[in-house]
Every structure is written in structure tokens, then in C-alpha cells.
Design a protein around this ligand. Structure first.
Ligand code: IPE
Ligand code: IPE
Ligand code: MG
Length: 243
């Protein structure tokens, strides 16, 4: 969606992504175990999702666990698995109340049967025809892995005659990628680092990117609101000349 300075404050149709980084450093700063950092991070998710629905965003895509995060200590991963289940149990009723559709993407099958079961039930319980917000959680997601699986599927479809090479366009690629969005309008990364860490690589072509110093558990509604306001003031040129 093209936005300029004259665009009124209206975030409908806007797709926002967040790289929720800084849980570990927040825990360290507060002399707590890393699992407490992740727990506090879940509380931030609840607040930000509520604000996103109120702001009438089209979608909010949250990076919760990357393909590279499997290299973390076993204990931390075990804690994250438990936290996913408890977060789903505690937050799904609120999502239903707010008419928010929840959708997970990435290789969440690698998280085992308990997590899979919780995810499948949560997705089933939160499907609305006209949701107030599409909430997407990237779990076991990697932008490169997504491009690789899309490439394989495209190659198969070409080989079995379901797709012709001259018909491949931007939208074909989006169709084959597993992430449930197309263009991402705004990406926010908390935690002070200026990198993408293998999030939605193909979708970021013209995304506005905001790097925020605040650690994810300290991020709040006010700060999120100012990110959205800053985004609305940005002139997006998409390569065109405007002067
Ligand atoms: C983000 O916080 C959560 C995950 C990647 C699962 P981190 O755990 O990466 O926090 P820092 O970067 O170590 O502070
Ligand atoms: C990015 O954070 C992934 C998520 C927030 C899920 P990381 O902490 O894994 O990223 P790096 O290692 O600092 O690049
Ligand atoms: Mg990190």
C-alpha cells in the first residue's frame, strides 16, 4: 500500500512484522533465568497484539523461533516448548474475544506432538471470516528454508505440467512460499541489533524497517504506537521519482 504524508491515520490494510529480540539480555539485566525473559516476552506479545487489533492492522507477523534457534541449549528449547503451550492456553480465549485469527507458519512440526496439538487446536478455534486481525506466528521459520521449499514445489509443478515457466511472476513466488502474507509494510526489530536474522527474506523487498533499542520484554503499547506513527509519516517511493 502506497502511503505519503497526506495519508490520514489509518492502518487498515497494513502488514506489520516484528523480530521480537532481547529476552535473554532482559533476563540477564534483571538477574533472572533466560526462561523468565521468554515468559515476560509472552506478556509483551499479549499487549502488542491487543494494540495491533485496535489499530486495525491487516496482519501482525511475529518471529518467535528461527531455524537457527535450534542451536540453543536443550533446556532453553524445552522451556520454550512449554511456554508455547501455556501461552496458547492462556491467550487463545482473549484472541477469540477480540476476533483475532491465529496462524502459525514455519517448521513447527519439529516441536513435537504436544506443541503441534496445541497449535492445531488454537488455529481451529480462532478462524473468523472477517477477523479484526490476522496474527501470524513464525515458529521454526527461516526465510531461506522457505525459499528452498518454494523452489522445490515450483520445480515439481513445472515437471508435472501444472505450471509453465513463463507464467512465473512475483505473485507466483508468494503463492509457493509458506508465510501467509505477501508484501510486508513495516518490520520492527527490538533489542538493538540491525539485522534480519533470516526472517521474511522475499517479503522484505520494500519494507520499512525500524530498529528499536528496547529489549522485547520492555517494549510496550506506547512504543509500538510511535513506531506505527513514524511509519505513517514515511514517504514510500518504491523506486519512483517524486521531486
Ligand atoms: C528472542 O530473544 C527470542 C528468541 C530468539 C527465541 P533472545 O533470547 O534472542 O534474546 P537475546 O538476544 O539473547 O537478548
Ligand atoms: C532473531 O533473534 C530470531 C527471533 C527473534 C525469533 P536471534 O536472537 O535468534 O537473532 P541473532 O542470533 O541475534 O541474529
Ligand atoms: Mg536474540
Amino acid at each position: 500500500m502506497a502511503i505519503n504524508n497526506k495519508t490520514p491515520i489509518d492502518l487498515s490494510g497494513i502488514n506489520v512484522g516484528i523480530i521480537m529480540d532481547g529476552n535473554g539480555r532482559w533476563a540477564k539485566k534483571n538477574h533472572l533465568n533466560v526462561s523468565k525473559g521468554h515468559e515476560q516476552g509472552v506478556e509483551t506479545v499479549r499487549q502488542i497484539v491487543e494494540r495491533a487489533a485496535k489499530a486495525q492492522l491487516e496482519s501482525l507477523s511475529l518471529y518467535a523461533f528461527s531455524t537457527e534457534n535450534w542451536s540453543r541449549p536443550k533446556n532453553e528449547i524445552l522451556g520454550i516448548k512449554k511456554l508455547i503451550i501455556s501461552a496458547i492456553n492462556s491467550q487463545v480465549p482473549d484472541l477469540v474475544e477480540q476476533k483475532i485469527s491465529l496462524n502459525f507458519f514455519g517448521d513447527f512440526l519439529s516441536f513435537g506432538p504436544k506443541v503441534i496439538q496445541a497449535i492445531e487446536k488454537a488455529q481451529k478455534d480462532t478462524q473468523f471470516n472477517e477477523p479484526n486481525l490476522q496474527l501470524n506466528i513464525a515458529l521454526g521459520y527461516g526465510g531461506r528454508a522457505d525459499i528452498i521449499q518454494a523452489t522445490k514445489l515450483i520445480a515439481e509443478d513445472i515437471m508435472n505440467g501444472n505450471l509453465s515457466t513463463d507464467k512465473i511472476s512475483d505473485s507466483t513466488i508468494f503463492d509457493y512460499l509458506s508465510a501467509p502474507i505477501e508484501e510486508l509494510d513495516l518490520l520492527i526489530r527490538t533489542g538493538g541489533d540491525h539485522r534480519i536474522s533470516n526472517f521474511l527474506l522475499y517479503h522484505l523487498a520494500y519494507t520499512e524497517i525500524q530498529f528499536i533499542e528496547t529489549l522485547w520484554p520492555d517494549f510496550n503499547e506506547e512504543e509500538f504506537k510511535s513506531c506505527l506513527q513514524k511509519f505513517l509519516k514515511t514517504e514510500r517511493r518504491f523506486g519512483a521519482r517524486n521531486i
